[in-house]
Every structure is written in structure tokens, then in C-alpha cells.
Design a protein around this ligand. Sequence first.
Ligand SMILES: Nc1ncnc2c1ncn2[C@@H]1O[C@H](COP(=O)(O)OP(=O)(O)OP(=O)(O)O)[C@@H](O)[C@H]1O
Ligand SMILES: [Mg+2]
Length: 261
Amino acid sequence: MKVIAIANQKGGVGKTTTACNLAAGLAIRGYNTLLIDLDSQCNTTVTYLDQEIIKTTLADVLVGHHTRPPLIEATYQTHIEGLDIVPSHIRLAMIERTVAIEEQYRLKDCLDSLVDYEFVIIDCPPSLGMTLTQALLASTHVLVPVAAQYYPLEGVVDLTSTINATKRPNPNLAVLGYLLTYFDARNKICGEALNKLQEMFGVAVFETIIRTNVKLQTAPAFRKTIYEHAPGSHGSEDYDSLSEEVINRLSMKAKLKAVKE
Ligand SMILES: Nc1ncnc2c1ncn2[C@@H]1O[C@H](COP(=O)(O)OP(=O)(O)OP(=O)(O)O)[C@@H](O)[C@H]1O
Ligand SMILES: [Mg+2]
């Protein structure tokens, strides 16, 4: 099971958009995938689930000292075959108050008990706090979206140090790649941002680049993935290509879905 944290402490760089559409891209390719919303803003949750059907959330599973339900109780099917989701709740922000070391391993302990999934995608909040620590302790890989802006590397260095520090308790943790987002070829700054990122991280930068595409913004309002909302759009093409590249980087052979007759 590959557990991929989508992380960058900078806000609005495309973490949630990447988590939602990468998870769907993997499920569509036949991989059983679990999407975990670890952000108390709940953006991933509302993209996939109607608030009314949610009874148990990740906050019930991870927060508090009393009896906590198992992760399976907070797992819901999405409308995409092969894609399940664990919704978040505003109370998840309480994780930031975690002090006891064993509490930092709660998410990892939950994931260790899972057997049904080939991929777990974790949408992290925009901070370097205890919630990110829980995610990194539970993950095998980190994918870092970086917005193609003037100072793209601001903060990425701090995140890389945090990832390296987590390798002590979690030696298997690896950076899956840095993903440039909001790319606009007409904007000179975007080209410079790409060069800087490649200079700094070399082949760790994904070949796939996510272009700015307004359809990526509107899809969640319709509770749709980009592939359903705007097939053929730049957003759909780019996330499709990212899903392929992630599978290739992990050397997992693309699964051919059995053709239904
Ligand atoms: N490639 C893109 N082109 C256009 N809009 C995008 C793109 N990627 C994301 N957006 C939009 O930008 C906004 C922020 O993106 P998103 O929520 O994915 O970022 P985030 O890193 O998860 O933010 P936060 O740090 O607040 O969790 C959203 O409205 C999203 O729809
Ligand atoms: Mg987000």
C-alpha cells in the first residue's frame, strides 16, 4: 500500500485539487484508493460527499481520549468506483494540540490496519504543525505541489527539512515529486519558477505540469472530478498525465480494467 501525503504549508497551491483528481485518476485506472481529508477546512470532503450523509468523521477517529471509532466507520464510498473517502470535520484542528508522542501515531496506526487499498491519498492542511507530522509519520511518500509564482521555493525548503526530520522516526518516507501548478506559458515568471524548481530538485520535479485552468475551480461546485466536469480540458489532461506519472514513478504496472460486457 502506497500512502501519499499531498503537502505544502503554503495555502492555495493546489493540494486539494491535486488530492481529489489524483485519487480519482488512480481509481479510474483500477487501483482501490482511499482519499483522506486531513484538513479541517473540509474542501476535499465537500467535493465528494453530501454533508447530510456524514455520521462519523476523521475527527472522531483521531481526536480525544475516550473510545474512538475505527477508521472503517468514517469511510464512505464516493460516486467513483474504487474510490472511498474519509471526511474531515472542523474539530480535526484539535490535532494541533497533540503533545503525547503516541497520539502522533494515531493516523499511522489506523492505516496499518487497512488491507483493501493500493493507494491512500492524504490531503494535508496548509501548516507545518502536528497535523502534518501525523500525515508524514503515516506516509510512504510525499507529493509537493508548488505554485508557479515569483517565489516558488519560499517555504518548500522548510517543508523539505520537515520531511527529512521525519525520516528519523519514518525512514521509508520519500519525496515522490514536486509538482508545478498554476502554470501559464505566457507568463515569464512561470518559466522562471520552473527553472528554479528544476535547478533545486532536478529529476524530483514531475514532468507533468498543471496548467492554470478555470474548470479545475468550477468542478468541485458540481461535486465532480475534472475528468467528468470537463473531459478534454487542460485540467483533465494534466491530472490524467500526473496519475500515469505517479504510477510509473512507483513502478506499478498500469492495470487494465476488465471490459464489462
Ligand atoms: N491549476 C489550477 N488552475 C486554476 N485554478 C486552480 C488550479 N488549481 C487549483 N485551483 C483553484 O485554486 C484554489 C486553491 O486550490 P486548492 O484548494 O486546491 O489549494 P490548497 O493548496 O488545497 O489550498 P489550502 O492550502 O487552503 O488547503 C481553489 O479554488 C482551486 O479550485
Ligand atoms: Mg486544501
